[in-house]
Design a protein around this ligand. Sequence first.
Ligand code: CP
Ligand code: NVA
Length: 302
Amino acid sequence: MKPRHFLTLLDLSSNELNHLMERAALMKANRHSRSTAGLMTGMTMAMLFEKTSTRTRVSFEVAASQFGGHALFLAPGDSQLSRGEPLSDTARIISSMADLIVMRTSAHDRVMTMAAYSRVPVINAMSDDFHPCQLLADVLTFIEKKGQIQDAKVAWIGDGNNVCHSWIHAAHQFGFDLQLACPPGYHPDKAVLDAANGKARIVSNPQTAISGCDLVVTDTWFSIGRETEKEERLKAFAGYCVTDALLQTAQPDALFMHCLPAYRGTEVSAEVIDGPQSVVWEEAENRLHAQKALIEFLLEGP
Ligand code: CP
Ligand code: NVA
């Protein structure tokens, strides 16, 4: 049987994603229970990371250890990929021994190649185009705080990047309204937006996106690999910093999220990210609980 993969949020149905949210909440509530402690006994999760990471690496490694399994971390330069071995060969080899593959890379087609040649489930731990694991944690956090995300109003402010693309997928899959304010030249991919079934739309400025919304989300303006574009991006994103003045036009109980790492004073002010409406710490911790639910789903089925 072909394994299920998780390369984008569209790889699971809405029902399956909602089921994951329920399992993740249970995993969190029962974090010290022994009931899932043996889920990965004797299993190995190979983690091939071609970009740096704090949250994603730690949460996946801790998940494997809480499930009684082993996480095998391969950084760039650790494998023969760095000496030109084809990714397709690497996928065949790793998946002949490991039970699960978690891959962080640049071009999205690399994670697709990994999945195409792997005989075990592959999880996209972030590519240049998508960050679906982040969205599992973000949606879980919103549901925890507000009860449900369906029909909520969410504002994305800033770069139309990988995390933004996964928010667009989430709007479609979980049924909420997403308004995006992105500077000219930094809009999300049109095909991703067009596939959102009208649940996501571009608006002209951050004020319009945020007005009356239940959640404000942003991300760094300098994603991994974009560091050399700093000067032009700083100019293009002027006026897109999420400040207290902007947040005040959202619902009074609106939440603020950021996948982190964050740069205070650039895409968000310190008073917002460190303020009472920010849920970034819960959001980061929920990476662990959401990914435990994902691992369970991929290894054991729905
Ligand atoms: N949010 C996130 O993916 O963080 P890391 O890059 O530290 O893994
Ligand atoms: N958009 C950011 C997210 C980091 C978690 C990046 O790609 O670097």
